[in-house]
Ligand binder design. Structure first.
Ligand code: 6PG
Length: 472
C-alpha cells in the first residue's frame, strides 16, 4: 500500500500544475493526470523534483491512489467537470472523495453533490482564489459539500493554503454548493474592488488631470493605509510598468475594453434572485459591459453632449485626492457589506449555516481581495455573529462617519466633472438608502395601487393589513 499516492490532481493547466507542485512542495505524494499527455509531460519537465506519479488513463490514475481516494479536479468549469467525473466514476468506490477546484457555478456543485452522493462518492466544491501564483505558493481555499470528507482532506488543503498569523486561509464553509457560492461572492467583491479602483484612476486622470507618475504614487501611498490590499498593491505596480514595445507606460497602450469570464455576473444574478441589494457589485459588472462596448462609446463621443465642470487645478488637488481616498474606503465598506449580505442570503435561501467571521479570515491571504481591512470585518462578526449588515457594526459606523463628508464631496465632484463613477456613486446611494427614515417607496406603492390595484400598507395600521384606494 505504501507505494500508493495520497492525493490526486486531475487537470494540469497552469492552476492544476501549480497546485500539484504546491502539494508536493509540502511533502505530499501526488499523482497527476491530464486528458492530453503533453501538459503532463510539461509539468514533469517543469518540476522534476516533485516526484509526481504521472498516469495516462483515468483507470491507472485512480488505481494509483490510496483509499479513500482524494482527487481534486482542476479543469475548466462546466462540461469538462462532468466529463472528468464520468471518466473516473467507473473506477471509484464508495467513500472516495472528488473535489472540484475550479470556478464552478454553485448550482452545478449542488447537483453534482446530490448525484454523486447517490453513488456513495463524497463530493466537495472547493473555491480556490489566488491565480497561478497563489496556487503554487498558497491560495485561499473555500471548501463546501459533503462534510464527512472534510476531516480527510483538511490536512492537505489547510497545509497548502496561504497562512496569515499562523491561521490557514482555508476552513470548512458549509454543505453542498456553499464553497463555490462563497468563492462566487469573493469574485463579486473582487469586481467591485477593481471597479472602485478603476473609477479612482478615472477621476485622477480625467477629473484632476494628474499624470501617470502622480497617479502611481497616490496608489502607492494608499496601499500603506486603510486601502492596503493586493489589488491596490498590483495597481501601484502597473503604474511602473513600461511598454516593452515602445515609449511610456504599458497601461496607456492597453485597450480599455475589459473582459470577464462570468463569476461577477453570477454574483449579480444571485443578488437579483435572492432580492439582496448589491448595487455596487452589479454596477461593477454593468460597467465592464459598457466599457467593453468600445464602438458604442466611440459613437457616443461624437453624439452626446456633456462637457463637465472643471475641477480644481492640479496644484490644488490635494484636498480632492483626500476626498477620493475617503470615497474609495467608504464605498469599499459598502461593497463588502453587500457581499456579506449575499452570504446571509445564502444562509436564508439554502439553509447553509455560514460563519462570516471565519470567511473574512480566510480571505485575508492568498486570494485576490486579500486586504488588511478583512481583519476589521472579522472583528465585526466576532462582536456580533448575527450582525444584520456590516454597516451597522460600531467600528464601521465610525469609519463611515469620518469619511462621509469626503465620500459626498468626491461623488459630487465626479458628477460635476463628467467622470463616470457608478460604483462610487451607487455605493453612496446604497449607504443613504440604508439610513433613510422614510424612503420614497410609499410613492411606488401608491403608483402600483393606482394602476394595478396592488394594494398598500398604511403607516398607522399593523404590518400585513392592506388597503386599496379609489384614486380617480
Ligand atoms: C481568483 C480570481 C479568479 C479569476 C476569475 C476572474 O479568485 O483567483 O477571481 O477566479 O481571475 O476568473 O476573472 P474575470 O475577471 O475574467 O471574470
Amino acid at each position: 500500500m505504501n507505494d500508493l499516492y495520497e492525493f490526486g490532481v486531475a487537470g494540469l493547466a497552469v492552476m492544476g500544475g501549480n497546485l500539484a507542485r504546491n502539494l508536493a512542495n509540502h511533502g505530499f505524494r501526488v499523482a497527476v493526470w491530464n486528458r492530453g499527455w503533453e501538459k503532463t509531460e510539461a509539468l514533469l519537465a517543469r518540476a522534476p523534483e516533485a516526484g509526481f506519479g504521472a498516469f495516462r488513463t483515468p483507470q491507472e490514475f485512480v488505481g494509483a491512489l490510496a483509499r479513500p481516494r482524494k482527487i481534486i479536479l482542476m479543469v475548466q468549469a462546466g462540461a469538462a467537470v462532468d466529463a472528468c467525473i464520468a471518466g473516473f466514476l467507473p473506477y471509484l468506490e464508495p467513500g472516495d472523495i472528488i473535489m472540484d477546484g475550479g470556478n464552478s457555478h454553485y448550482p452545478d456543485t449542488v447537483r453534482r453533490c446530490r448525484e454523486l452522493s447517490e453513488r456513495g462518492i463524497r463530493f466537495l466544491g472547493v473555491g480556490i482564489s489566488g491565480g497561478e501564483e497563489g496556487a503554487l505558493n498558497g491560495p485561499s481555499i473555500m471548501p463546501g459539500g459533503d462534510e464527512s470528507a472534510w476531516p480527510e482532506v483538511a490536512p492537505y488543503l489547510q497545509t497548502i493554503a496561504a497562512q496569515v498569523d499562523g491561521v490557514p486561509c482555508c476552513d470548512w464553509i458549509g454543505p453542498e454548493g456553499a464553497g463555490h457560492y462563497v468563492k462566487m461572492v469573493h469574485n463579486g467583491i473582487e469586481y467591485a474592488d477593481m471597479e472602485l479602483i478603476a473609477e479612482a484612476y478615472a477621476f485622477l486622470r480625467d477629473g484632476l488631470k494628474l499624470d501617470n507618475r502622480e497617479i502611481g504614487s497616490i496608489f502607492e501611498r494608499w496601499n500603506g493605509g486603510v486601502l492596503a490590499g493586493y489589488l491596490m498593491e498590483i495597481t501601484a505596480k502597473i503604474f511602473r510598468k513600461a511598454d516593452p514595445e515602445g515609449e511610456g507606460l504599458l497601461l496607456d497602450r492597453i485597450l480599455d475594453a475589459p473582459g470577464q469570464k462570468g463569476t461577477g455576473r453570477w454574483t449579480g444574478v444571485a443578488a437579483l434572485e435572492t432580492a439582496t441589494p448589491a448595487p455596487t457589485i452589479a454596477d461593477a459588472v454593468f460597467q465592464r459591459f459598457l466599457n467593453a462596448d468600445v464602438e458604442l462609446r466611440r459613437r457616443g463621443v461624437d453624439l452626446l453632449p456633456g462637457e463637465g465642470v472643471a475641477l480644481p487645478r492640479k496644484e490644488e488637488s490635494a484636498a480632492a485626492v483626500a476626498d477620493l481616498e475617503s470615497a474609495l474606503y467608504a464605498a469599499k465598506i459598502c461593497a463588502y457589506a453587500q457581499g456579506f449580505a449575499l452570504l446571509k442570503a445564502a444562509e436564508r435561501e439554502f439553509r447553509w449555516p455560514l460563519n462570516y467571521g471565519s470567511i473574512a479570515l480566510l480571505w485575508r491571504g492568498g486570494c485576490i481581495i486579500r486586504a488588511r481591512f478583512l481583519n476589521d470585518i472579522n472583528a465585526a462578526y466576532q462582536r456580533d455573529p448575527e450582525l444584520e449588515n456590516l454597516l451597522f457594526d460600531e467600528f464601521f459606523r465610525g469609519e463611515l462617519a469620518a469619511n462621509l463628508p469626503g465620500f459626498r464631496r468626491c461623488t459630487a465632484a465626479g458628477a460635476l466633472a463628467g467622470v463616470a463613477m457608478p460604483a462610487i456613486a451607487g455605493a453612496l446611494a446604497y449607504f443613504d438608502s440604508c439610513r433613510a427614515r422614510r424612503s420614497a417607496g410609499n410613492l411606488i406603492q401608491a403608483q402600483r395601487d393606482f394602476f394595478g390595484a396592488h394594494r398598500f400598507e398604511r403607516v398607522d395600521r399593523p404590518r400585513g393589513e392592506t388597503f386599496h384606494a379609489d384614486w380617480m
